[in-house]
Write a protein of this length. Structure first.
Length: 136
């Protein structure tokens, strides 16, 4: 009965004193895990960019926006601008969205990793980020 009485007393004491608070400091971020997480998140963002570009293109095409723009350019006699409509074809839009997604993955992964290194340098100077956690 001894260990159970101790646990009951500890629970009663915790209930009487309120929630337990713990002060912690985030003094180091692992750059390798930051790079892996940033890579996965940026790949997800890249997929969303490509899918969003496809959805927007299909919606605009279903609303006949591209055809209306082409008719307007023909009616005002701007054959030079008709060449710009070639860049609004689906395959070119998807190629551009894919290039943007790849650049996004590379840049976000590199910037997050550099950010982790910079955080570690600054945390070594000022002590890191202080956080107070409570146990409700």
């Amino acid at each position: 009965a001894g260990p159970r009485e101790g646990a009951a007393e500890a629970a009663a004491r915790a209930a009487a004193t309120g929630p337990r608070r713990v002060r912690l400091s985030l003094s180091r971020v692992d750059p390798w895990s930051t790079m892996k997480l940033a890579f996965l998140l940026s790949v997800g963002l890249g997929v969303m960019i490509v899918v969003a570009a496809a959805v927007v293109w299909f919606v605009l095409d279903a609303m006949h926006v591209f055809a209306d723009i082409q008719e307007l350019l023909v009616s005002i006699g701007s054959e030079n601008f008709l060449r710009l409509m070639d860049y609004l074809q689906f395959d070119r839009v998807m190629s551009f969205a894919t290039i943007v997604a790849v650049i996004d993955v590379l840049l976000l992964t590199a910037l997050a990793t550099i950010g982790a290194f910079l955080y570690n340098i600054v945390a070594a100077l000022v002590g890191g980020l202080h956080v107070t956690l409570t146990d409700d």
